[in-house]
Design a protein around this ligand. Sequence first.
Ligand code: XMP
Length: 326
Amino acid sequence: MENNKRPENMERIVNPELAKRFIDEQIALIRREVGQDKVLLALSGGVDSSVVAALLIKAIGRNLVCVHVNHGLLRKGEPEQVVQVFRHEMNANLVYVDAVDRFLDKLVGVADPEKKRKIIGAEFIRVFEEEARKQTGIKFLAQGTIYPDILESGPVKSHHNVGGLPDDLQFRLVEPIKFLFKDEVRVVGKALGLPDNMVYRQPFPGPGLGVRCVGAITRDRLEAVRESDAILREEFTAAGLEGKVWQYFTIVPDFKSTGVKNNLRSYEWPVVIRAVNTRDAMTATVEEIPYELLKKITARITAEVKWVNRVLYDLTPKPTGTIEWE
Ligand code: XMP
């Protein structure tokens, strides 16, 4: 599996027929390569790992062992959806690891963004390693590497690509979608029967909501991030903006301001809305979200999310702001 160049004659997968052909070819290839051996996969629930999981389930069934690590920084409903789709609907051999306390305890008092990222990445590998050791007969590690990862060979997904495992856990790699571009992965995902909200999901950083709970993460402020993000996504979907805006989410900074709720003064956090469009995430423009929608989202967030009394809209393009706040 050393060849890392997309074959020149490889057709772009642009429709369900081509996706079906790709799926059949990959199933045959995987079966030939893996045989009766077991394959391990870190399944985050993002598009790439979900497509790899669905492909391998079709090829080798329960010889694929999926490990889903819930680090407590996922969006609302995501861990539940992974369990529902893969364990219940696809009959996957899924190990669900509730590591929420482990991650959040390690992050207590850590305000520096890079330290937060490092802790999340290192803890992820540790949890995955522990689960790998509990398994027997694993010979392969599947990864959701896609072609832009190879072209950029950047660190963007470093903690999902479980490259940091110790020597005794070095398995042979299975990377069935490594020559696909993102749009092709989505076409294949759709053909594999994955739900739309998994297939067309907006990009989500590896450290998850952790980089949107600015500064030292606390459980209550993290809940404010998660709940406000869920409201934002719900309203964007209802307004038909889901496929039109590249990335949209909420941030809760680590400061409070005075407000008034139920005729009483409150001292609570603001929620910041970010909604941007970009081609390559190197630069980004701010979306013009209809004012009425912003007002509706503001009303819902201030009414439904605990400990929040204000909603702000981030008008900063990249540069000078990055897309995420950390
Ligand atoms: P920035 O904030 O640098 O983000 O403008 C550009 C894109 O990268 C995503 N991002 C990350 N993705 N791990 C990831 O997998 C990370 O640590 C990380 N930080 C930022 C961000 O969501 C945006 O799409």
